[in-house]
Design a protein around this ligand. Sequence first.
Ligand code: BEZ
Length: 270
Amino acid sequence: MVQNNADENFSRNRTKQGCEGQRWFADRYARNARFVADLGAPLLDMLAPRAGERILDLGCGDGALTLRIAEAGAEVVAVDFAADQISAARALGLDAHVMDGHALKFDAEFDGILTNAALHWMTRPDAVIDGMWRALRSGGRLVGEMGAAGNVATIFNAMVDAMARRGVEGRAVSPWYFPTPEDYRARLEAAGFEVEAIELIPRPTVLPGKMEAWLETFGEAFLHAMPEEDRPAILAEITEAVRPTLFEPEGRWVADYVRLRFRARKPEAA
Ligand code: BEZ
């Protein structure tokens, strides 16, 4: 059964992940963010999971992509920080667990790790990379995609500007980590990974609904930093600021997503 425990999600986010105010509700996610798993499908080809392999899905969300790994015949373990998402993943029959990506509790037990659109919510990347390294067996592979430097920059800048007009420093409350390929490669290599591929991919992304819905789903940490009574005006202001760049004449919103996609390996000898 999907649970909707706002307080639990909120306090977990405050204390552990550094995403103060950002909450994950499976029903809202399904409405406004289904595209996240759909667009993660190329990662499945990169991972190429095989029957009998043991795969970790880090930041599984509601399990939509995890299910496809399981359908390939692999034994998949899914983890996510948000209890509501894990409930949704379990409802799909998945082996899913609430876990902080900064403190993965696995030891040399996976043939592969897939992580889609999750690492940018984890603001201590080296702790996450160390946990992924430990979780993989020697020779294991890591396939991931996350927001890269410049991701949703138009929206981010509009949010920061709207907050600055009210005397609040938006950058200070940002829950996002969008690295360059050079930054992330260096971190992976410092941990011991062999980086086989890493690239930055601009990927303008058609949103399923209005800009306000995107902001409420993904930008909650920013909105939460503002007085509740100001939020409707701020939402409207941000929407109007990004409209000239992100609203297409056909009547759809296209967000300026930029992805960092990579494949790395824990060497056989390690
Ligand atoms: C993303 O790149 O998937 C993303 C990151 C932060 C907010 C929204 C989307």
